[in-house]
Design a binder for this molecule. Structure first.
Ligand code: FRU
Length: 480
């Protein structure tokens, strides 16, 4: 593997020298160069946060998957590390697919899917997928130990292991496709090496619930248990399920040795254009955190022309709201990136647009819903996007603009109850993340301003809108 890793690191360096930074994020994890998709192996061990990711170091397009690697001491500032895993041996010769990391008595241990094409390359109907194990003494260099779990008879897809520990066992949830339907399968082990099937935790009953469930994750949150997964094959329904694939969760209750009893049906976790394959981890103080891939399969990615593609979302914290609903907010560690604070006074606009005179990468803004009658009001981000209340549809809309029709269009969420709408907006060079009313809803979308302009203005159309006093910051680069 050493040789394959050295070659892969060299390939990234070569591509890196040609990378252009027009769209390259200041404060999101992205590859030094080449392609990335899912976050993998998120873990805090020996005082260090690790984020691995699906990576193709040779090219800005998806290809034989490696595991890229970055580390952080504070969840805000990051360093790229050498590539951790490269495809190599028989069992993972066509790719080291998604997986997780655990702290096994201080040993950083990875569980990932070894992928092999049995037919033509790219023929999803003929694949072999096994769960493999690798360990590291120093947190940077890994030794592969081969497969620890083979696919059961009759399972067509079998990937993306996520492992956690309870008092007396290790548990693994794996995404699978059986008889053309997606499912999450549960396994149990004493030593991370020998795994026994426990049960199917949950599965699609009809094709409408997905032909494959990718990247499952299963964890307690407050009084509830969450099954997070990324189903492929859901049909769009009105405003819901508009992207190529979805990511969302079931809420319920679970005890080791019992069935997962679901109390709330599938709900999307983020309502923007670009959010997929989220994975959670526990922060040093026990908070439940999450990263997702901030892109979508088959979407145009203009940054490819600049030598790289793909980024992760900001780290986020998951909590349970008072009504038992799931809330998602930016990690509080991110306030360490704030610089150049600005306060803007409350303002009322009528059929007007007003520029915020500051460099804004984070904006905390409150819209007075009951005091506003404009048909549309909110913020414009250069000519790249608008985020506004649609007073007729009663929705908060994220609309993006591009010369590429595949990068245009709206995503939206219903306006929550109440007189005010509080928004926290993060604007990086090619992304927008919006957190609504302390995490009740989120919208995450990539934007690609051709002119690089991301200045913020407030606007009100066809009527009057009331904006409360707001605060804004520029954010430091996350790269040490
Ligand atoms: C999700 C996914 C995973 C797989 C990986 C391959 O985006 O398709 O199921 O392990 O990407 O890169």
């Amino acid at each position: 593997m050493k040789n394959a890793l050295a070659q892969a690191d060299h390939a990234v360096e070569t591509l890196r020298a040609q990378r252009q930074d027009h769209y390259y994020p200041r404060f999101h994890l992205a590859p030094a160069a080449g392609w990335i998709n899912d976050p993998n192996g998120l873990v805090c061990i020996n005082g260090v946060y690790h984020a691995f990711y699906q990576h193709h170091p040779y090219d800005q397009n998806w290809g034989p998957m490696h595991w890229g690697h970055a580390t952080s001491r504070d969840l805000a500032h990051w360093q790229h590390q050498p590539i951790a895993l490269a495809p190599g041996a028989d069992d993972d010769k066509d790719g080291c697919f998604s997986g997780c990391a655990v702290d096994d008595n201080g040993i950083l241990t990875l569980l990932y899917t070894g992928h092999v094409w049995l037919g033509k390359e790219g023929d999803d109907d003929q694949v072999r997928e096994v769960q493999c194990l690798a360990t590291s003494e120093d947190g940077v260099h890994f030794v592969k130990h081969g497969p620890v779990l083979l696919p059961p008879e009759g399972i067509q897809h079998f990937r993306d292991p996520k492992v956690w520990r309870t008092a007396d066992s290790w548990w693994m949830v794996v995404g699978a496709k059986e008889n053309g339907l997606g499912q999450a399968r549960l396994y149990r082990s004493d030593d991370l090496r020998d795994w026994q099937f426990d049960r199917v935790l949950s599965g699609a009953q009809t094709l409408h619930q997905g032909y494959m469930w990718e990247c499952p994750d299963f964890f307690p949150l407050g009084e509830k248990q969450v099954l997070l997964f990324s189903p492929q094959g859901l049909a769009a329904q009105g405003y819901r399920h508009r992207n190529r694939f979805q990511s969302g969760y079931l809420l319920g209750h679970w005890q080791p040795g019992e069935d997962f009893s679901v109390t709330q049906p599938f709900c999307e976790l983020d309502s923007g254009h670009d959010f997929y394959a989220p994975q959670t981890f526990t922060a040093a103080d026990g908070r439940r955190m999450l990263f997702a891939w901030m892109d979508m399969w088959e979407s145009p990615m203009p940054s490819k022309a600049q030598g790289w593609a793909g980024a992760l979302t900001l780290p986020r914290e998951l909590t349970l709201g008072a009504e038992g609903n799931l809330l998602m907010n930016p990690a509080r560690e991110l306030t360490a990136l704030r610089t150049q604070p600005h306060s803007f006074a409350a303002v009322s606009l009528r059929n007007q647009r007003q520029m915020l005179d500051a460099e804004v990468q984070e904006l905390a803004l409150t819209l007075k819903l009951t005091d506003s009658d404009a048909e549309r009001y909110g913020i414009a981000i250069g000519n790249a996007a608008r985020l506004y209340v649609d007073n007729q549809a009663h929705r908060l809309v994220l609309e993006r603009f591009s010369e590429d029709a595949g990068l245009c269009g709206c995503r939206s969420v219903p306006l929550p109850e109440g007189d005010e709408l509080s928004l926290r907006v993060f604007i990086d060079r090619s992304s927008l993340e919006v957190f609504v009313n302390q995490g009740v809803a989120c919208l995450t979308s990539r934007i690609y301003p051709a002119d690089g302009q991301l200045g913020i203005s407030l606007f009100a159309e066809s009527g009057q809108a009331q904006f409360a006093a707001s605060q804004a910051w520029a954010l430091e680069s996350i790269w040490d």
